[in-house]
Unconditional design. Structure first.
Length: 128
């Protein structure tokens, strides 16, 4: 088993005791991303759609740093403080992903770090 820590300045630096992603053999575990601008480390301004796009952009940067892209994501977890925003997630996700889509879960939560409205993490499997 080979284990590699993935890190990129194109996504927010970890704000705790975790890595942006961990690659084990050809599987990459992407840590949760929130709507932080990687340059300022501040939450992006705007409505939930702006936050969702920033989260996807952050995940994309980490996926690319690990040697993959969104077509390699097999499982995506979406955490929302308002499940009423789920249709917006679907709409924006269609801009970033193509069929076949990954398996996905959407979970309503009471709160997220930095008072954001959305966080996502995922699992990616790279071709050998």
């Amino acid at each position: 088993m080979s284990k590699q820590i993935i890190s990129t300045p194109l996504a927010p630096a970890a704000i705790g005791t975790y890595s942006q992603a961990v690659k084990v053999d050809n599987t990459v575990y992407l840590s949760g991303q929130i709507a932080l601008d990687p340059e300022t480390m501040q939450v992006v301004e705007g409505d939930i759609s702006v936050q969702i796009r920033r989260v996807f952009d952050n995940l994309k940067a980490v996926a690319e740093a690990a040697g993959g892209d969104f077509s390699d994501i097999v499982k995506l977890n979406v955490f929302l403080t308002d499940l009423g925003h789920f249709p917006i997630v679907n709409e924006i996700m269609a801009e970033y992903f193509q069929q076949p889509y990954p398996a996905r879960a959407a979970v309503g939560v009471a709160a997220l770090p930095r008072a954001v409205g959305v966080e996502m993490d995922g699992v990616m499997v790279l071709a050998k």
